[in-house]
Design a binder for this molecule. Sequence first.
Ligand code: ADP
Ligand code: MG
Length: 835
Amino acid sequence: MKTINFGIDLGTTNSLIARYSQGKTEVFKNPVGFKETLPSCVAFRGERIIVGDKAREWVQKDPLNVFSAFKRKMGTGEKYFIPAKLESISAIELSAMVLRELKNFIYSGENPESMVITIPASFDTVQSNATKQAGYQAGFKEVVLLQEPIAASLSFFNNRAQIDQGKWLVYDLGGGTFDAAIIEVVNGEMKVLDHQGDNFLGGVDIDHIMVTELLIPKLIELSGKPDLADHIATRNGPYERLYYILLQKAEECKKELSSQLVSEIDFTFEIPGEAPMDIFMEIPRSEFEILIDPIISNSTGMIAELLERNELESKDISEIILIGGSTLIPLVREKLESEFEIPLNYSVDPTNAVAIGAAYYAGTKMARLEEKTEEQEQGQEIPDAPLLEFKLAYNNSTRDNEEYVKAVILGKNPAVFYRILRQDGGYDSGLKQLKGNDFGEFVSLREQTVNVFHIRFYDENQNEIKTGSNKIEITQGLYSLYGQPLPEDICLEVDDLENNTTICELVFKRNSILPLSKTIYKEISRTIKTGEKDSIIINLLEGDHTTHPNANKIIGVIEIANDKLNGQVVRGSEVEIKIEISESRDVHVNATILFTNQEFSEVFSPTEKYVSISKLKEEIIQLRDEFEIALHKAADDEDFENAQHIMNSISDLDNLQKDALKLRDGDLTDTRYQLEEQKRKIAKHYYNTRGKNTRVQSEMMEYTDSRNAIRNWLDTIDDIPEDLHKRFDKITEKEHDILKSNSYFLIKSQNNALNRLAWRMILKSAHLTTTYFHIYAEKDETEFTNYSLAKKAISRGEKALDRQNFIELSSVLSELMGLSKSSQAEYFIKGTGLG
Ligand code: ADP
Ligand code: MG
């Protein structure tokens, strides 16, 4: 078994490849030109594909056949048209070309099959999957993703002589994305506490705004062409190439302004059908700073938010670690210093820190591919049920040359001997006699690497006893990683029939450490009958669980149409949904409809998110309609506070609409993604503040009522199973924060959790089953959807009660629940079918 060792920083502007070997990292250099960085830029010249510096230079000559900053389009499904080839290409394919080019940097001739590739911390599932896809297309068989701020920190901490404890802030302003992360180090183990970022904030935005706000107005003035602005950012106009030329000029000028107070731009302006014109402009740093101030403030604002959200003050942060080429801009440093008064640390090279960190990580990460083949070679099989179970205690990261490993055998102990072996054979405890149920050993470690050990147990005849996983990994001399956090909440869309809407139910909270796995039980919210077209929808979302599902992104959907079901599924019956997310963000969903005993499963590896301009415009109009209706209602109810909130949302939406209307089909800037993001933010804000006072209040009251009622059951009824007591404690443990949040959706989902628990108690406690059976049995005809079925069920229930068969009674009760009309007999939305 080997470590991966190779890491790639696949940047928006620049990409790098590095290797880890025996405690050291090395950034490979381009065999042509000997630079570490490869511009993430691809040019097409006839049949030739050029990647890197040469491609960048080609922009001046043939901009339409040169592509860059495509990382920002990862996961969008957008295609780039290549005039030279009359074909289109995706951001994934372009990225794969950059990755393949980087492989040529490896002078040793190795051909790694496993690769660590870095992604911004804020990359969502779709973008992460798109990155992996690019890796596979480039020929890697295994791609391990690593978040960039973690990579930068690994390089920062592994380069420091002393061992530090505390909290740091990583500020990474690169070409395309901004990422900020709070990193905590305890005993050599690094952990990301929280992060904040924007996938559309970086150096290329600065270049873009320089072109539109500085260069074009100056150019219009100099050339006397007032229609220039209209033509410039669209394809097929008379000034096709001009935008790209100006972008490159802007970038050069920007870089110069990092070290000079004034920068000059000169170039030849080619006007179709006219004589070319020589253009000369002077840009002072002060003018540049006024222009970019809002962009930089946007980034520092996110840091302020990040600190506040984590209840941290400047004094709690040791240093700000600066990463990314755009941190070379003096204004960035000035603003950070004056706003936070936290010392800035420039000790790592802002351009290669991420690649070096990726290599460090790769040096501690086992290649899975090889692991598999090795096990196959050895013909090992996975034991069905282990005959011996044990627990281990050890530090998985240390600076010492040996580490104490303690083992405790749990339950029955058939072992007489044990043995600890280091994978490379450099350490062997030998066969040792077990005394009692535990033992401890000092194991010796190789320096600056991961040490893999196997712990084995033997019976009195020295035959090995099957155990569960017996492998441990201890990293010597390097900072290890506590794990990578999930960037956003993962939730499930469920029905809220009472309010004729759907809500998010939290599955995994943001910042939970990957990999994650959870099984949840949902109830079917309406009977799914055979015949009429109907389905159960499992919609997995990513975003903020306290908002409306519409304001979140979709990871994947399993739609179970009724014609796939073996018969009808009654309301109130359960669906078991198991959701797993791997460290590299593969999402696996498995749903079992318990009523028909059917299983549906799907792996979500979405690599595309498409923003259609026409759909975006349509959604804005729809949202506006919804806001208007709500506004009228609020005005009728004389709920002026709420009306004010809605009016604010309408005005935000109107501004957005203005920008959206300016977008033409074929627009080639990133504006559509920015506007789509804004739309989601407005929707989120609206759903979070709407009707806050009245609806939140009533939801809170309902919650306290149900909580008190259930607490009373738990105190007075003694046949409620212990696990439901625990479940109640678990649900109510968070109640303080949830009630304080004042979020309707959050309190609503807390209420739902409590209601579901109540029903489980009713069905699991003979006492409650009996009570509720009587309540249902006494309901009259009008309260059931099918009274003859209800009557049959009631008579079966009475017999079950006579025989004291509570299992039967509880199944009758759930049938009656399914047959009873809901208090709101009609509802308008179809919903998901999950309650
Ligand atoms: P990425 O990680 O997105 O590939 P980098 O960290 O390599 O990006 O940073 C590239 C960005 O930094 C580009 O937008 C580039 O224009 C900008 N940049 C590089 N050097 C300077 C400089 N001296 N002053 C200002 N910006 C710079
Ligand atoms: Mg970067």
